[in-house]
Write a protein that binds this ligand. Structure first.
Ligand code: ZN
Length: 356
């Protein structure tokens, strides 16, 4: 029962109001479960020491859009499983508090490595480990290397023609690629907490797409082969980080021109009153950014399609015709459900129904 409630609660955490409790979460959760579920939503921002994530909606749209960049050989299989790839686009965020090593895969705090870090850090994981050690890397985030790792794993899954793994890894890879394209995923000032702009993370990646994505151009072109996977992963980080200055500066400039009573409104969301950025503030900010959110959104979808396609090519272009009829069996579904419940269980450290 409690797990169902938690799941329901997590499902309601949309539009970037969810939070990253990193490693200090459990004692807090045991005592303040309901408060956790409600307070961030009421505040419309994340508690201190937490790290918000791309809105669920945007992750799902990006994976779905990427499917339609694929050539027919892949499209048949991916389109058939469009719902799986969409629904599971947010798995990495759901498990990030519960699975060791998951949280750092979503970001990289470039400032910790000095000036021009996005251009100077080692392209490849092994070199980075030699230079900085795994602990340091994990502390500051590893998203550009996680993309490479998942690219290799997905290639292998294609080679093995393992439909279930292809789907799971495609969904995960799509998630990490999308994260790498978010400016605020490349900085330790990830929620404006160091510049008195708390809440900007969810505002940029959730509230803005929520309000304006219906006008975004969904046609991103056909997937193309990417011969330099590592370089492309780093390019995404470089571009996202280059956009960071505008993300923060325009919000600050606009806040100076609009008093708080114009900047924020209270909104009723599923019966929960939330303080959130007003539509007028969002509109003006979105305009100042000059299609930046749309650009990053489209760049993400194109890159996801390119990487899925590249994995398939590197695997020798296996014929997926034999997998066309693949469907998750009841056992697969049960295993996936059990796995998801186990993330939640570890996250909240609560007893299962059977143990009560
Ligand atoms: Zn994420």
């Amino acid at each position: 029962m409690i797990l169902q409630k938690i799941q329901k609660c997590l499902n309601q955490i949309k539009f970037g109001i969810s939070t990253d409790f990193r490693f200090k979460i459990r004692p807090f959760f045991r005592k303040k479960l309901l408060i956790f579920c409600l307070v961030p939503q009421i505040l419309g921002a994340s508690p201190a020491n937490t790290r918000p994530m791309w809105g669920f909606w945007a992750h799902q749209r990006i994976n779905r859009l990427a499917i339609f960049t694929l050539p027919p050989e892949l499209l048949v299989f991916f389109k058939k499983h469009a719902d799986y790839l969409t629904d599971n686009a947010v798995n990495p965020d759901k498990r990030r508090y519960a699975v060791v090593g998951e949280a750092p895969r979503h970001y990289i705090d470039l400032e910790n490595y000095g000036d021009s870090a996005a251009y100077k850090l080692p392209l490849y994981w092994n070199e980075a480990v030699q230079k900085y050690g795994q602990d340091t890397l994990a502390m500051h985030g590893v998203v550009p290397w996680a993309i490479q790792q998942y690219k290799s794993m997905l290639t292998e899954a294609f080679r093995q023609k393992n439909a279930r793994r292809i789907l799971r890894l495609s969904a995960d890879l799509g998630h990490y690629i999308a994260d790498a394209n978010v400016p605020l995923h490349t900085t330790r000032n990830y929620n404006g907490q160091l510049t008195n702009q708390q809440g900007i993370h969810a505002f940029w990646e959730s509230r803005l797409p929520e309000l304006f994505a219906q006008d975004y151009d969904g046609f991103v072109g056909a997937a193309t082969y990417e011969p330099k996977v590592a370089r492309r992963a780093w390019q995404a980080i470089q571009q996202a980080n280059a956009a960071l200055d505008s993300v923060l500066r325009f919000e600050r400039e606009l806040s100076e021109r609009m008093p708080p009573n114009q900047k924020y409104v209270l909104e009723d969301r599923n019966g929960v009153i939330m303080k959130t950025y007003s539509r007028e503030f969002a509109q003006r900010y979105h305009q100042m950014l000059a299609q930046q959110v749309e650009r990053q959104f489209r760049t993400s979808a194109k890159m996801v399609g390119d990487f899925w396609f590249t994995c398939w090519v590197d695997a020798g272009q296996p014929d997926l015709g034999a997998l066309a009829n693949f469907a998750l069996t009841d056992t697969d579904k049960n295993e996936e459900d059990t796995e998801k419940r186990s993330w939640l269980k570890r996250l909240f450290n609560v007893r299962s129904e059977g143990e009560n």
